[in-house]
Write a protein that binds this ligand. Sequence first.
Ligand SMILES: O=C(O)C(=O)/C=C/C=C/O
Length: 488
Amino acid sequence: MTTHKLFIDGEYRAAQSGKTFDKISPSTGEKIADVHEALTEDVNDAVEAAQAALKGPWGKMPKAQRCDLLMKLADAIDARKADFMEAEVQDTGHTRGFAEKVEIPRGAANFRIFAEMLKNTGGEYFHMDTPDGTGAANLELHRPKGVIGVISPWNAPFLLMTWKVGPALACGNTVVVKPSEESPATATLLGEVMNEVGIPKGVYNVIHGFGPDSAGELLTQHPGVDGITFTGETRTGEAIMKQAAVGLRDVSFELGGKNPAIVFADADMDKAIEVTMRSCFANTGQVCLGTERIYVERPVFDEFVSRLKAGAEALIQGGPDTDGATIGPLISAEHREKVLSYYKKAADLGAQIITGGGVPDFPEGDYRNGGFFVEPTIWTGLPEDSPIVREEIFGPCCHIQPFDSEDEVIAMANDTNYGLSATILTENLSRAHRVGGQMEAGLVWVNSWFLRDLRTAFGGSKSSGIGREGGVHSLEFYTERTNLCLKL
Ligand SMILES: O=C(O)C(=O)/C=C/C=C/O
């Protein structure tokens, strides 16, 4: 049985309480690991180690050397891709394709992009005239924010944790990471690789825990933590914001979404199906940027629905050890109950169930009967104010609605408490620009989905989050700025 310990001050250690909790496989429903549960004394030790590293070798290290170390770290992650992949797919039940093509490569990329950026980023300079005629020079200086609390989610654990740790370390901060209790493995493994490449002890720390009065909550309230970056559900974000308020801890949030896809009649239908098959069903719909609402212009509505149905019904259910699996389980029994409750609600509300709506029927004795699998599901026929159309479900499901005009579909797409992403399918460039520019979302993809240029501003508005990370935009959260005014 695997054991995931805490990683504090450059070494693995048991929780001082000796308490552990179970990690259950999403694919089989069986226990696969014991995870050490950090409590107050462990969280204090992790924060103190991070503070010491800031004042020690890491804080004193020249920027170029720090960035070179992070480039070495990225190479080391690539070199151990198989280990990270195995850790990730066992924790999450992801199909190997998603982990191999997206998740683990992004782990390395998330360090490279910020190490390269920091090496080539300067600061503002303004010369000002002064009454005495000699003028003054204004120089923008950056320094690390300090100790960053990173609370990372289970849907893309390694990708999303490194998307925060990459810029944090590149900007000279140190981190205490609290990965989701559903996905402890890759964050824990990264500690070993940090040591291998020579990242000083205390720069990267990992604590595990869950629920109220837990490691996560202790971290968000810890006076030694200078900022909290979190990806996850909006409700949890609100709770973290309350906890971070005392001491005015800065926060950077990427939260939930109820993202629309809009398919115009002039869309390339093959492309529209390829894009929405991924945006609805990739990672079993457990992607904050994913599509759960599709709007299709009436002349192509029937064709689109029947082709998406065919695509959904062709998906092959299985965990990472089922060759050819193209859709995996949900992360936990609890999350599957949540998704199935929406499946039931949709049926009770009289939705037309185009496909799915339940759990797959596996043969007697098949390992997947123990896992947390659900059917990919497509609905039509519900009103826009239905909870199915308004609430984030975070599963392999979508509701399809016909529309007749641009104004009508823009109003429907924007009629949501969220504002994370939107996807538009049209071959008309000016329409793409016109409609895309009216989406109340942080990211709009045209004829594509999840194409990620890491230099761009990434994040959402309304209930989808606070702030933007990515490229130079990450400097906003991960550094403190000083304007140094020199009288000449
Ligand atoms: O691509 C990213 O940087 C990112 O944050 C993806 C988020 C997916 C959330 O489910």
